[in-house]
Design a protein around this ligand. Sequence first.
Ligand SMILES: Cc1ncc(C[n+]2csc(CCOP(=O)(O)OP(=O)(O)O)c2C)c(N)n1
Length: 586
Amino acid sequence: MKLSGSQILIECLKREGVKVVFAYPGGVNLPVFDVLYDEKDLQVVLCRHEQGGTHMAEGYARATGKPGVVLVTSGPGATNTVTGIVDAYMDSTPLVILTGQVPTKMIGNDAFQEADVVGITRPCTKYNILVKDVNDLAQAIKEAFYIATSGRPGPVLVDLPKDVVLAKTEFKYPDKVYIRSYSPVYKGNKWQIKQAAQEILKAKKPVIYAGGGVLSSDAHQELRELAEITKIPVTLTLMGLGAFPGTHPQFLGMLGMHGTYWANMSIHNSDLIIAVGARFDDRVTGRVADFAPNARIIHIDIDPTSIHKNLAVHVPIVGDAKLVLRELNQLLRTSGNGNLGQHQPWMEQIEAWKKEHPLAYEQGDKIIKPQYVIDKIYAATQGNAIITTDVGQHQMWSAQFYKFNRPRTFINSGGLGTMGYGLPAAIGAQCAYPDEQVVCIAGDGGIVMNIQELATAVQYKLPVKVAIINNKYLGMVRQWQQLFYDGRYSSSFMGDSPDFVKLAEAFGAVGLRATEVSEVDDVLKEGLAASGPVVIDFQVDQEENCYPMIPAGAAINEMVFSDPDKGSKKAKGQKQEEKADGVLTA
Ligand SMILES: Cc1ncc(C[n+]2csc(CCOP(=O)(O)OP(=O)(O)O)c2C)c(N)n1
C-alpha cells in the first residue's frame, strides 16, 4: 500500500520509539499535522515558540537519554529553532529536528517563508539533509536517528519540502544503517587502557575529572566503580553533575570558574588527571598555559576531535566511556596488587582545602540570600527533583548547593549558556516523567525570555515548578560590572517588571512570592505541593555575588572568594581590570 510522505514520516517516528513530538504548525507542514490529528500513539506538545519547543526536546532528551523530536514549519519556524540547535550541538544532546520547506520547485526562488535552513544549520548540526524525493524519506529519517544518538550525540535536521510530504510511495523502513564515512569507535585501544591503568597505579595525587559524556554513555556505575576501587576523588563539570553522587565522600563538587576551592586546588596540584567524557572547556581550565602543571593526563572520549583539542594529553583513549571504564576497572582489579588507593596524604590535603574555603554564605534574618533558597529547594525536594536552570548566578549556585545523586537530574545549558532554556527544558523533562518533581530554577532576566511556554505547561497540565531567584538584575552581568567595570551597571538593572505573581496567574498558573526569610519554607511547601504549574518569585539580596570565582583569563588556582570591599585577597576597593584577551589584572 502506498503512503504519503507525511504518513511515512509519522510511521518512521513510531518505529523509532518516539513518544512525544514538540511541534508548531505552519503552511508547509500542515499535511503532517493532518496525519497527527488521528494519531493515538504519539503525543504532540504544542509549544508557543519554536525556540521553546527545541529546548523542550533538549530537556526531554537530557532527562531520558532518548532523542528529542521537534517538528516546525519553514522559514521563521525553522530559524527560530537555531538557538536550540546550537545549544544541543554544544552540549551533545541528541535531537531530530524536522523542518518544513517550500515545495522543491520553489526552492531558491525567494518563495514565501523560504529559508535555507540546511545552509543555516550546517555548522551547528551533526548532520543535516534536504529530502528531495519521497522515496528517500524513510532512509533519511532512519539515518537521522542513528546519527543523532550514536557516537557523540548531537542534533540532526531533516528539511521536508511540502511536495515531498504530500507525494506517495510504498513504505519500507530500513532495518539497519550503514554510512561509510561515519563509524564511531566504541571500544578503547587495549594498549592505551593498559597504560592508563599503569598511570593510575603510580599516581600519588590523582583526580578523576568527569563530564557530560559519562551521562551520555550511561557510564555512571562504571565511574563510581573506578572511583571506589582506586579511592580517587572525583570532580564533575557543570554538564557532568549527577554522574557521581553529590553526597559521596569522595566527591569534590564542581570544578572550574565557579567550582569549589578544593576541586580546583586538587586539579591544580594533581599528578594525574583522569578525564572522562569531558572536554577541557575554558570555563574549567582557566588559563590553559597554567592548568595542572605537574599532571599526567588520561583522556577518555568518544569524540576523537576532542582529544588534544585544548590541551596535550599523555594517554588518549578514544571510545565509549562505559566500555572503556569497564575494561579499565577490570584491569585495575586484576593488576592492582594492593597498590590501589595508596594516597592518604593527598586525601588529607584535600580535606584541609575543604576546611580552608568551604562554600558559604551568611543568611541574616530578613533579606533572603539566593543560596539559601537553593539549599531550601534541596531540602524540600530531598534531593530527588529533576532540576533545570537558566543561565547566570542562579545556575552556578544551583550547581554548588544542590546535591545531585542521580544521573540526568541536572539539566541546563552548559556550552552555549542560553538564557531562556530552563522553563522549556523543564517542560520537556516533565513530559518524559509526568510523576517526577521537576523544578526550574531561573533568574528574573532569563525567565522572561521564554515565559510564553508557561502557557504550554498550563495547557498540558504539566506540574512544573518555577523558582525565580529574583535579584532585579541580570545578576551575572551585574557581578562582572561590579568587579571589572567599576560598578557601572550599564543595562543590567531590571527592576520590578513584570509582576511574576500576576504574570503566572495571567497564564493560568499559580503565582507565589517570598520577600523575607521567614516566608521561604511556607511558600516552597505550598508551591511544591500544588498539582499544576507554579511560579514562585523569591525576592533575594540584589547584590549577592557568586564565589568562588576564577576571573576570566586567570589560572584555576587563582580564585577570588569575596567582594573586594569585603576584604578579599585583593586590596580593599582595588578594582580588577579585564583586558581584551580575557586576562585580568588587579
Ligand atoms: C540569550 C542570552 N543573552 C545574553 C546572555 C548573557 N548573560 C549571561 S548571564 C546573564 C544574566 C542573567 O540574569 P538573570 O537571568 O536575572 O540571572 P542571574 O544571573 O541574576 O541569576 C546574561 C545577560 C546569555 N547568557 N544568553
